[in-house]
Design a protein around this ligand. Structure first.
Ligand SMILES: NC(=O)c1ccc[n+]([C@@H]2O[C@H](COP(=O)([O-])OP(=O)(O)OC[C@H]3O[C@@H](n4cnc5c(N)ncnc54)[C@H](OP(=O)(O)O)[C@@H]3O)[C@@H](O)[C@H]2O)c1
Length: 333
């Protein structure tokens, strides 16, 4: 395994993290329309990743079975944390770096979502119960809450470190201007800084290069790159059938000719290199990390045991600058 730093902190994390948004499903749904989890398969995936040296795991309080707007509370909300909590049973807690998030709706009453002090103080304790651990390593604000002043959120997150419920804090999906405000407020009020940005980043989705990558470099923050495979599209498996689950990449879901063309070219290139499409996508992110001199850590969704070794082998692929130039040419055209 290769390791890097959790942003500008001293904590060491694997260069690839396992995400738990989509868990292996059984293909059938319960009465609340939530897919039943194949927990045995998840445990095998988790164990294999752990044995191969992955120590960094990302989840969220809303993953798997979330309360949709205006709907009722459903008991599965927070299930991903519970499943991860059960998978880590018996493993030395200090060998793991566990990240989770807060912001999304956990019920339908006022204050059952957001980044207010009240909501965060409730949800950190609920996440700890679901994960069955006594502190979270990285606690992240999942997306913006325009109804709560940034100062209130920053103070509350920082306070969680002081009261020993959390080790580090991070943001996800905030506007660049809000991230600057986070950094500014923690500086002037002498609070703990955020150490990571969690943002969509893959070879076809490079929006963060316009602004957030610059902020990360300015403050030496780490980037947790979510949807590193564009939700599976970069594996190439959806080229023939458009059945990808691609809510974050709608252009790709519709698979217009421009994107189809790009993916086909990427797959041709990976064939020449004798690697798979997923390995190319991951190796590209790891090389971007080296080029930008900040930790850029792919948060990888693995729903099948058979994907694990192939995906983690990407750590042994070293794209050179000529490869990177060619990849820019075929994807930025
Ligand atoms: N902060 C946020 O707002 C946010 C949002 C989204 C995600 N995330 C984080 O990012 C993580 C990753 O997200 P993601 O799962 O959507 O993105 P992803 O890693 O881009 O895509 C994962 C999907 O790719 C497919 N795949 C993986 N390895 C493969 C292989 N070797 N061959 C063929 N297909 C393969 C699988 O699809 P199938 O299951 O169809 O086989 C898998 O579910 C999440 O778990 C979560 O931790 C964060």
């Amino acid at each position: 395994m290769k390791y890097t730093k959790l942003g500008n902190s001293g904590t060491v994390v694997s260069s690839i993290a396992l995400g738990t948004w989509h868990l292996p499903g059984k293909g059938n749904y319960n009465e609340n329309n939530v897919e039943n989890v194949d927990e045995e398969e998840f445990n095998r995936i988790f164990k294999k990743c752990y044995d191969l040296g992955i120590n960094f795991y990302d989840t969220s309080n809303i993953y798997h079975g979330r309360v949709e707007e205006n709907e009722r509370h459903i008991p599965e909300t927070g299930n991903s944390e519970r499943v991860l909590g059960r998978a880590i049973k018996g493993i030395e807690r200090e060998s793991l770096v566990i990240a989770t998030k807060v912001r999304g709706p956990m019920d339908t009453f006022p204050n059952s979502e957001g980044l207010s002090r009240k909501h965060i103080m409730w949800q950190i304790r609920e996440s700890l119960k679901r994960l069955d651990i006594d502190y979270v390593d990285l606690y992240q604000a999942h997306w913006m809450d325009k109804n709560t002043p940034v100062k209130e959120t920053v103070r509350t997150l920082s306070h969680l470190i002081d009261i020993d419920l959390v080790r580090y804090i991070g943001e996800s999906n905030h506007d660049a201007i809000d991230i600057e405000e986070f950094m500014h407020d923690s500086e002037i009020y002498n609070l703990h800084d955020i150490v990571t940005l969690q943002e969509p980043y893959n070879i076809l989705q490079r929006d963060i290069e316009k602004d957030k990558l610059k902020i990360a470099k300015k403050y030496n923050l780490g980037i947790l790159a979510y949807v590193p495979l564009a939700q599976g599209l970069l594996s190439g498996k959806y080229l023939k059938s458009n059945n990808g689950r691609s809510e974050y990449v709608p252009e790709l879901l519709n698979m217009n000719d421009e994107y189809r063309n790009k993916i086909e070219k990427l797959l041709e290139f990976s064939k020449e290199k004798e690697i798979s499409g997923t390995q190319l996508a991951l190796a590209w992110l790891l090389k971007r990390s080296e080029m930008e001199k900040i930790p850029i850590i792919p948060l990888l969704g693995i729903t099948k045991f058979s994907y694990v070794e192939e995906n983690l082998d990407a750590l042994n692929i070293n794209l050179n600058m000529e490869d990177m130039k060619y990849l820019d040419e075929i994807t930025l055209m």
